[in-house]
Design a protein around this ligand. Structure first.
Ligand code: HEM
Length: 276
């Protein structure tokens, strides 16, 4: 079984900032079972270039700093290659997706992104948008979380790295999920007895780090996922997941379950959990 972070059920049915400091050696989580990221990402790029990669004019200095920082972190000698944009080169070195955030007219803006494991968004839609536009569909984000997140982005010092996690249940084990429509359309075809194999816990681990030279921020996204049937081999995890699911289906989980489309999955998830 692939080593992966434990499922944290605390407050898992609410939208939250949930940023916590980490040390530099925790910047990237251990290599998983998705193979060489350079190979995987090159294939995704060949199949869907516009969905998985985008950059705005003027973002190259920030991209180059992100590449330098990553190469230094990984103990690699600095290598540049004029052909491939620096952030894409950086993304080939790690499992994570990489997003460059820089100040813009509408606030912190996504100026370049390599997204080969997106959870229902794409570079085509997202690059060039400020935090407010990126989070338009997230209930309450722009009213309550945006001012606080923007202040954190403004103030983050170069030596403080932050991480946050989120989760969902998704009817697909694919890494590259730029759109929710085909995944949600497949849900009605899932029979109860198949649910444990066809529904996946999908956990996202994100990190945030300042690029001191150019002033931007590097935001990383790593996906961990496993079918619900794996919970049977993860006893503590199964209990944590059960508590989180009950929270989402309870009164205070309404925004969260509607946004993530989880209500329709309740009978299937409960059927899978009953067998664990
Ligand atoms: C680091 C501070 C951030 C916080 C606290 C935050 C918070 C959130 C929350 C609460 C959600 C709803 C799903 C969930 O996480 O439970 C979300 C979704 C999302 N976030 Fe963030 N976010 C942050 C940074 C970013 C950045 C830098 C990007 C740039 C790519 C981004 C892009 C998105 C997108 C595309 C979604 C999905 C929106 C949709 O449903 O269309 N977030 N974020």
């Amino acid at each position: 079984m692939t080593p992966q972070p434990a499922f944290d059920h605390r407050d898992a049915h609410r939208f939250r900032i949930g940023l916590a400091p980490i040390s530099e050696d925790q910047w990237f989580e251990p290599v998983g079972s998705d193979g060489d990221p350079a190979v995987r990402k090159a294939q995704t790029f060949a199949e869907s270039p516009d969905l998985c990669w985008g950059e705005t004019p003027g973002s190259r200095p920030g991209q180059a700093e992100a590449l330098d920082l990553l190469q230094a972190h990984l103990g690699l000698s600095p290598v540049t290659d004029g052909e491939v944009p620096p952030l894409r080169r950086a993304a080939a070195l790690v499992d994570d997706d990489l997003c460059l955030m820089e100040p813009g007219d509408g606030g912190w803006t996504l100026t370049a992104a390599s997204l080969c494991a997106p959870s229902f968004f794409s570079a085509l839609d997202a690059v060039g948008k400020p935090l407010s536009g990126l989070h338009g569909p997230v209930p309450g984000f722009n009213d309550s979380l945006l001012p606080r997140v923007s202040r954190i982005f403004d103030a983050l010092d170069k030596d403080t790295l932050l991480e946050r996690r989120n989760w969902s249940v998704v009817a697909s084990g694919e890494l590259f999920l730029p759109s929710s429509a085909p995944v949600r359309a497949a849900q009605p075809s899932i029979r109860a007895e198949e649910a444990a194999e066809r529904l996946f816990v999908r956990m996202e681990r994100q990190s945030l780090r300042r690029l001191p030279r150019t002033g931007g921020l590097l935001f990383t996204i790593r996906i961990w996922r496993y079918p619900l049937s794996d919970l049977a081999r993860r006893p503590g995890e199964a209990e944590a997941f059960r508590k989180a699911w009950d929270g989402v289906m309870g009164e205070t989980g309404q925004d969260f379950r509607t946004y993530k489309g989880l209500a329709d999955l309740d009978p299937l998830v409960r059927h899978a959990l009953a067998k664990i």
